[in-house]
Structure formats: C-alpha cells, structure tokens
Design a protein around this ligand. Structure first.
Ligand code: FDM
Ligand code: MG
Length: 213
C-alpha cells in the first residue's frame, strides 16, 4: 500500500566560517526540488525575527551584550522557529539548515568564559537533526580562502577555537566531510547523504536534542 504521510528530514550543515555551508544548503534545496522532493532552507541566526534583529545588531557591533545573554538570544532564536520546524517536517518538507545548536554551543564556549554544560542546557528539547554534516576545513585551507568580513568572530584564531569545540560535539547523527573539495564534488557527496537520510527517517519520529556532558 502506498505510504500516505512521510515526514521530512531535519538536516543541518555545520562548520566554521568559509567552509561553504550557505552555498551548499542552497544547492541542496535546489537539487531536491528538481527531484520533486519538498525542501526548504533555514538559516540560524534568522536575522528577520524580533530576536534576530538584536542578534544582527550584536554581530555587526552596533550593540554590546554580555556573553551569556547573547548565547540565550541565539538559542531563543531557534526556539522562535521550533513550532515552524515541527510543522514543516510533519507536513513532509525536508529542512536544510545552515547552522544550528552546535554553532550556538561551539561559538559561546570558544569564548572560554562559559562552560560547555551551561551552553548546552537551553538547546535541550529542540528538534534533533536526523543528520549533521560537519564541513571540516583545515586552518591552512581557511587562511587560504581568507575573505573574512567585519562581523564579530570573523578571524582565524577564534575560528580555530570554535573548531576545537565542534570536535567535542560530534554525536551519533554527525558525519564529517572534507570541505576543501570543489563546490560541485562537495555537493555531490552531500546530496547522496541527504537522499539516504530522507529515505531512512520517513517512518521514524523526530527526536529531541539531549546534550549530556
Ligand atoms: N553564531 C551562530 C553563534 O555565535 N551562535 C549561534 O547559535 C549561531 C547559529 O553567528 F559567526 C555565530 C556564528 C557566526 C555568526 O552566522 C553569524 P552567519 O552564518 O555568518 O550568518
Ligand atoms: Mg558570517
């Protein structure tokens, strides 16, 4: 008998700046849609929401905020979209997400003033990604690409600290991928993983994040 209600998959791309996450997310959605698979891209931070507006001002250095306060805003920005994420997934749409809780935890804990456990707490209970594709770029490759902007966190030393924190967050849903490949080879590698995941999870319930350090 034909299946009537297949849920979509929640798929996250993570990694340091310059690893190509945004480009890859857009290309994945385009390829899925070409295959008639419903898919949408979401990015965190989502700067278009009320909380996202404050985050944008913080990142562009228009305002200063204490580290813990801004951490909670990044998390609240995900909680703002949590009902929508559930709605989309349940209606069969696959979401390709540019950054998620893992960036939240890695970036704040890289500041060293806040411990990992504290950073994880507000993320627990959010929808757990079915797959996290971690785009790994060596420090050398990142420096070669250069082109950092003027926003907070956009420098090699800090990105290197963030990378060390990402290493601690690798869970059962993580796959590390070498991001030094060209855009097209990388995308071919990612689409395979995405299609397999969509197929594997369609009958399974969406889980919740439960970080436990
Ligand atoms: N960032 C992103 C955080 O510090 N915490 C978070 O929870 C998220 C999602 O925001 F430097 C940081 C990572 C990056 C900055 O992200 C803006 P984009 O992807 O460059 O817009
Ligand atoms: Mg950026």
């Amino acid at each position: 008998m034909a299946k009537t209600s297949r849920r979509g998959a929640l798929i996250v791309l993570e990694g340091c700046d310059r690893s190509g996450k945004s480009t890859q997310c857009s290309k994945l959605v385009e390829r899925l849609n070409n295959l008639k698979i419903p898919a949408k891209k979401i990015s965190f931070p989502d700067r278009s929401t009320p909380i996202g507006t404050i985050i944008d001002q913080y990142l562009s250095r228009k305002i200063d905020l204490p580290d813990r306060s801004v951490h909670l805003l990044f998390s609240a920005n995900r909680w703002e979209l949590e009902p929508e994420i559930h709605k989309q997934i349940q209606s069969g749409v696959t979401l390709i997400v540019d950054r998620y809780s893992y960036s939240g935890i890695a970036f704040t804990s890289a500041k060293k003033c806040v411990n990992l456990n504290w950073c994880c707490a507000p993320e627990n209970g959010l929808p757990k990604p079915d797959l996290v594709m971690f785009l790994k770029l060596s420090l050398e490759e990142m420096m070669k690409r250069g082109g950092f902007g003027e926003e907070r966190y956009e420098n090699t030393e800090f990105q290197n600290e963030v990378d060390k924190k990402f290493e601690k967050l690798k869970g059962d849903n993580f796959i590390q991928i070498d991001a030094a490949k060209d855009i097209f080879s990388l995308n071919n590698c990612l689409i395979e993983l995405v299609l397999k995941t969509i197929n594997d999870v369609e009958d399974q319930p969406l889980k919740e994040i439960d970080f436990n350090f």
